[in-house]
Design a binder for this molecule. Structure first.
Ligand SMILES: Cc1ncc(COP(=O)(O)O)c(C=O)c1O
Length: 483
């Protein structure tokens, strides 16, 4: 009991933020970087906006510690985070979950080694595979009829993969998905551990799961070996902030530290690191009463969205993040149209796909119910005038339960690359990834054989207004010439 109380008091502390502000209040004279000299030199145009942040935008001065070899206030802040998130070691990240995912993969897998990866992973995972020259075995996700999209791979698919590739260096899973859907991952983790294979989880969207009920359990508490979380997505933290947690003995912490210092800036931002310290403290001191207030607000917002004519609000089960509200758009309309009409009313959703629109409730009661109500009326009105088109449901996107790349990463440099039209790319091997953004999951991966179905989907998505991270997707795509 006493220990618990002490732990709670501890968790209110923000050693990094407090140390930084104390240092700044001494008005230290800067003969060092950064060039804005604690905010003294800055264009007038933006000085007012940036002033407070610049006053703590420091560098590795005496007493301010060093992210890449922490022994002082950064180490203390990371230890508090590890205690709260139930990890043996937590690293603060200033390059988002993106850098965490890269480091996580590089730390367990070397060139030519096999790794089992959920196929519908974020591009940062896929980029990690390429960077280390891994030999990925992709495991296909299942199509969830209620959610209306692909979610996680089944336990059975993972079992097949492990029987066939017991030498895999790791298993990479995404939990929850972008829309907040979690699943029973503990059985997968237990299965992986019977092979002594570490489970690496991209929990970019689940930093708040450590708050406990009514949120799904966090991957770290379910026994995952390494977990990456964006602090900035669901906690009140600045963009680019993230955590990487390690638990157990299957992952070498030093290797993770090695890759993080390689991949991240040698001048990491102190405002971002302080924001990680503050976000952890915010979550750790979030009370039951705070949660109750948020959940009351979520109910009200859900009731509001229930008035829409063109969508069905997806139900929230125990394995759904209650802060994620997903509209499944009815046939004839697209998520892109619905999102656009919301934006016309000043309401900005997180993401739209052709069939869904995602809204994220914050960790405090929502204060603009009337504006939301009016926006929904506006969307309902506008959609009356829209010409309806059938939406193509994608139901066979991942036909193989286990799949590998047609050309391994380490052989790609042996092939010439050419641009061809979309229809000429069919049956060829893609020399670049084609990724609708958001959600940032490659539709086609580099090294994957292009199918008629892929091209159909790309054309359909373009027609419906999806955006791709690709300069000229309508006209051409890159393929390996001689394959
Ligand atoms: C599942 C998933 N993983 C990783 C990332 C990358 O996160 P970050 O923006 O923090 O780099 C994203 C970004 O949207 C994501 O959706």
């Amino acid at each position: 009991m006493k220990g618990e109380k002490m732990m709670k008091q501890n968790q209110q502390d923000t050693p990094l933020y407090t140390g930084l502000t104390r240092f700044s209040q001494q008005h230290p004279i800067s003969f060092h970087v950064p060039g804005h000299k604690n905010g003294a030199i800055f264009p007038e145009l933006a000085k007012n906006t940036f002033r407070d942040i610049l006053s703590i935008d420091m560098t590795e001065l005496t007493g301010l510690d060093d992210l890449h070899a922490p022994t002082g206030i950064i180490a203390e802040a990371e230890q508090l985070a590890a205690a709260f998130f139930a990890a043996d070691r937590t690293f603060f990240l200033v390059g988002g979950s993106t850098v965490g995912n890269l480091a996580m993969i590089l730390a367990v897998c070397s060139a030519g080694e096999r790794i089992i990866v959920q196929r519908n992973s974020h591009k940062s995972i896929i980029n990690g595979l390429e960077l280390c020259g891994a030999v990925p075995v992709f495991i296909a996700p299942e199509y969830d009829q209620t959610a209306g999209r692909y979610t996680q791979p089944s336990l059975d698919t993972l079992r097949q993969a492990l029987r066939k590739y017991p030498d895999a260096k790791g298993i990479v899973l995404t939990y929850p998905d972008y829309f907040g859907k979690a699943y029973k991952m503990e059985q997968m983790i237990q299965l992986a551990h019977t092979y002594d294979i570490p489970v690496l989880v991209d929990e970019a969207h689940g930093v708040h799961f450590s708050l406990g009920n009514p949120f799904p359990p966090s991957a770290a508490r379910l026994g995952a070996d390494m977990v990456v979380q964006s602090a900035h997505k669901m906690a009140p933290a600045m963009t680019m902030t993230a955590y990487l947690h390690i638990t157990g003995k299957l992952v070498a912490k030093d290797r993770v530290a090695h890759y993080l210092q390689m991949l991240q800036s040698s001048s990491p931002s102190y405002p971002l690191m302080a924001s990680l310290d503050i976000a952890r403290s915010f979550l750790a001191t979030f009370s039951q009463q705070d949660k109750d207030k948020v959940m009351t607000s979520v109910k009200q917002v859900r009731a509001c969205f229930g008035q829409g004519n063109a969508w069905q609000l997806l139900p929230a089960t125990k394995l759904d993040d209650p802060l994620k509200l997903t509209l499944h758009i009815k046939q004839g309309y697209t998520g892109f149209q619905v999102a656009r009409y919301f934006e016309q009313s000043g309401i900005y959703p997180e993401l739209a796909t052709n069939t869904q629109v995602l809204f994220i409730h914050g960790l405090q009661p929502f204060g603009e119910l009337e504006q939301l109500d009016n926006a929904i009326k506006h969307v309902n009105d506008q959609l009356k005038f829209v010409e309806k088109h059938a939406t193509i449901e994608v139901v066979n996107q991942f036909p193989q339960k286990l799949d590998t790349l047609a050309i391994p990463y380490q052989q790609m440099h042996l092939h010439d690359i050419v641009h061809v039209s979309l229809h000429q790319a069919v049956d060829k091997v893609a020399a670049e990834a084609i990724t609708p953004y958001p959600p940032g999951i490659p539709l086609i991966m580099m090294g994957e054989r292009v199918t008629v179905e892929h091209i159909k989907q790309i054309k359909h998505l373009i027609k419906q207004g999806a955006t791709f991270q690709h300069p000229d997707i309508i006209n051409s795509i890159c393929i390996f010439a001689d394959e």
